[in-house]
Design a protein around this ligand. Sequence first.
Ligand code: PLP
Length: 386
Amino acid sequence: MKQYLNTQHDFLSQSPIRYMSLLCAEKGGINLSQGVCDTPLPELVGEAAKQAITSGANSYTRCDGLVELKEAIADKAREYNNIECDPEKNIVVSCGATGAFFIASLALLRPDDEVVVFEPYYEYHVNMLKALGVKPIFVPMAPPDWRIDMTLLEESITSKTKAILINTPGNPSGKVFGADELEAIAEICERRDLLVFTDEIYEYLVFDGRHHLSPASIPSLRDRTITISGYSKTFSATGWRIGYCICHEDLSPRIAALNDLFYICAPAPLQIGVTRGIRDLPPSYYENIRSDYEVNRDMICGTLNEIGLTPYVPQGAYYILLDASDVPGHDSKEKALYILDKTGVALVPGRAFFRGEHGENTLRLCFAKERHILERACEDLKRLRF
Ligand code: PLP
């Protein structure tokens, strides 16, 4: 039957993350490959969703989201992201940040358009663009802190380039874009008339006293930016599928219409649960998750340094890329299999985040795990020495 498949999507072969997860399950190991947080959902968020179900909030909502949720997002965007937005004009709630990126991309990009993507990249971003017939143009970021060479960026832009894609804090690099880089990108976008898509799903996870900076808070980027975020990571609710985008009022009606076409709406009771979380969780909730992840990061980085697998210490998000040059194996897949075999800990081959050869000496791990699991993973990893 395979002859019936649309070959345009042949690039969607099995993801290395899923492959490592399956092998890890077979082996009964510790899975640090998938970015699924096993930290708990905030209680009041879960309670609000349960109550919404029992009190009958089980029908479709407006296609652009519940008014109460959009109002809560607008207040949060004003206070946390320094983005002024009107809940009725600038916000579309969708099925996760992934859904929001999909409908916004579909609304704004055409086949054969080019979008600049910084490398290492989040595989879904690249595959989504490819699935839409859009060409990703890769601009490498330089380790260890993943700075962007603005000359390279400028040189990558052609007459077909429509947008620059930013992910801050970034998966897998952990890069947190600073004001200087965003100002430089803003200047390029204005001069070359480009849009910015920015995925800020890890916006609350910034370390070492850094602050999250939203590209749309830069005045010249405000109108040309589509800010994408959601609550999968912040509320440890990846299966709830609540995300959103913030954009100019000329763009939101079409994006909402596409959301209607593909999803009709995000899950109604879960929109209510998330609204409650945004409204009622105290600032200490966000500070606690941030500092918990920072402790996890430091613990894992300590272990990696001890065993001779140098980590590129992340500035934010909950992943670590590490230099696997000394791990036996011809490529990143063999290196990941070696580590799984020797320790029972599953990491992701770097090839998932780079083109061609670039990622073959790199591995990624996710530290969004309960502390005792990470402690066990650290003990298991300490069986290795490079
Ligand atoms: N964006 C990035 C950069 C991610 O790493 C992930 C999940 O790993 C997502 C989006 C998915 O977000 P959502 O669950 O809201 O679709």
